[in-house]
Design a protein around this ligand. Structure first.
Ligand SMILES: Cc1cc2nc3c(=O)[nH]c(=O)nc-3n(C[C@H](O)[C@H](O)[C@H](O)COP(=O)(O)OP(=O)(O)OC[C@H]3O[C@@H](n4cnc5c(N)ncnc54)[C@H](O)[C@@H]3O)c2cc1C
Length: 482
């Protein structure tokens, strides 16, 4: 934990802050000690067995309330951890030093959808899938589609710069955030960015803020870029005997000049996890699937589908399923989105590392992943966004997650995976973020000098070090301390 916020420097006992917050914001906003739901704010979707209890959670309903929490916490020198829906996979929303969790889950207003300007203005707690439905009802399109879209929040997406399958064609969240309203530690409210399609004035605070995982400020409003809704979309599921065959098919399709909006890959272990649950009956020999989605002109769609289907046949597919009707497409996507929760239901430990390598190194990375898992003797399931080189490698175990030896073994395997990723020119996280779980591995990828620049940047936004402490940046090595 950085600077003055190091544990022990709280000006008050953290429980003393609860009555202050209740007085200023009203007790309906504060989930305090003894409340049946307080523990929910000490967990997220990361694979950590620990639980980090906050002193209280404040469920703010406006920018003013968010700013008031940040003012009170600075006055009392109490750490604050911003939280959206708590679906993060790397512990970013966990209050590791206790204190206050500031939740935006009640800030769910879609304030404006402007079809003329192609923008919408929303509060941070809006669930991503609900935003998509609202804009699609007006034939508009918000492309970023994290697989968690049914429950994650748009504020959380901007804070983690979330990706998703459609990032292959349409890019990640950062490309759609035009403007932000941000409440800063101490209570100042900053509005930055624009609502125009283009704009180059000033340093780009919005782009710099997106992806900072709640360590710079709390997003209280977002101005989001929209696109016209594509006229039609179609989904193709190609089933292959193994990952190398699927990898070769992906390379061939891309060489043909195909630019799908989605290009996903899943291995046999991932298929096995959804075999019984999926409405589609996978062939017994299915060892890998490639999920492709194309969009554009409705009239061109049937021909494009046929072309992709025939090409998949040529490339050795065991089966090809083409879906154009919304219900059929939903069934295919349902199968894809079931992979992660189904694996999680089968194993007590699921380290989901979302490494990303340059595209032409994917097949090599998959081979190395298999080797790492075999050497560690742990089951492994891989799926993810093959088009972007972003693979979700799940290292699995049914041993006791709290056993330190088990933990050391699993994270030892993860470290090996990271080492191979970096050797192949990749990065530790393509979309989930650093948070707590990857913080201490950052020096494997980034030099101390680069990390030090980031510490200075953090200190500029949050000189107190009280906002989401203990995340993203490892401690300075002793020799480098100021
Ligand atoms: C089944 C499943 C599938 C997933 N698939 C994907 C995927 O395809 N792509 C992907 O990128 N991620 C994916 N995720 C991870 C996760 O859903 C994303 O990281 C998401 O963006 C987190 O949003 P959230 O609202 O849950 O944020 P939280 O988990 O609550 O918080 C995440 C981080 O953002 C900060 N934060 C949240 N709200 C704010 C705010 N208003 N202001 C400032 N900081 C804030 C928190 O402090 C924390 O550091 C998946 C998770 C699950 C469980």
């Amino acid at each position: 934990m950085a600077g003055a916020a190091r544990a022990g420097l709280y000006a008050v006992a953290v429980s003393d802050i609860v009555p202050v917050l209740e007085r200023e914001l009203g007790s309906a906003q504060v989930i305090g000690p003894g409340h049946e739901h307080l523990d929910d704010y000490g967990r997220d979707e990361s694979p950590l067995p620990e639980f980090f209890p906050p002193a209280c959670a404040v469920l703010v309903e406006s920018t003013e309330q968010a700013a008031a929490v940040l003012r009170i916490c600075l006055e009392h020198k109490v750490p604050v951890t911003p939280r959206g829906a708590g679906s993060g996979m790397c512990g970013g929303a966990l209050p590791v030093y206790g204190g206050v969790v500031l939740s935006t889950e009640r800030m769910t207003r879609i304030k404006e959808i402007d079809a003329g300007d192609l923008v919408c203005v929303v509060e941070p707690g809006v669930v991503t899938g609900r935003l998509q439905e609202a804009v699609e009802a007006q034939r508009l399109f918000y492309p970023p589609d994290p697989a968690s879209l049914e429950f994650c929040s748009i504020g959380g997406n901007a804070s983690t710069n979330a990706g998703g399958p459609r990032a292959f064609k349409y890019g990640v969240t950062r490309e759609y955030i035009l403007g932000l309203e941000i409440a800063l530690m101490g209570g100042e409210v900053l509005r930055c960015g624009r609502r125009t399609a283009k704009g180059v004035t000033g340093y780009d605070l919005v782009a710099g803020f997106v992806g900072t995982e709640g360590t710079f400020g709390v997003i209280t409003e977002l101005t989001v870029k929209l696109l016209p809704l594509p006229m039609a979309a179609a989904t193709v599921l190609g089933v292959f005997r193994d990952v190398p065959a699927a990898g070769a098919a992906i390379s061939a399709l891309l060489r043909d000049g195909l630019r799908p909006r989605v290009l996903e890959l899943a291995d046999r272990a991932s298929i096995d996890a959804i075999r019984d649950k999926s409405r589609y009956r996978f062939p017994d020999a299915a060892g890998a699937i490639v999920l492709l989605e194309v969009d554009g002109d409705a009239e061109a769609m049937p021909m494009m589908m046929e072309k992709i289907g025939l090409r998949c046949d040529d490339l050795g597919a065991l089966d090809v399923l083409a879906a154009t009707e919304p219900a059929e497409r939903r069934a295919v996507w349902e199968a894809r989105r079931l992979i992660s929760p189904s694996i999680k239901a089968r194993y007590r430990i699921k380290l989901n590392e979302d490494i990303c390598v340059p595209c032409r190194r994917i097949v090599e990375m998959l081979a190395r992943t298999e080797r790492v898992a075999a050497e560690a003797g742990v089951p492994c399931a891989v799926f993810g966004h093959a088009g972007d080189g972003n693979l979700h490698v799940n290292l699995l175990s049914n041993d006791d997650p709290a056993d330190p030896a088990v933990r050391k073994h699993m994270w030892g395997a993860a470290r090996q995976l990271f080492a191979h990723t970096i050797e192949l020119g990749g990065t530790l996280s393509g979309e989930h973020g650093v948070g707590l779980t990857k913080r201490d591995y950052m020096p494997m990828e980034q030099s101390e000098r680069v990390l030090e620049w980031q510490r200075r940047w953090k200190a500029m936004w949050d000189p107190s070090g009280l906002l989401n402490p203990g995340k993203r940046l490892p401690e300075r090595p002793a020799a480098c301390s100021e």
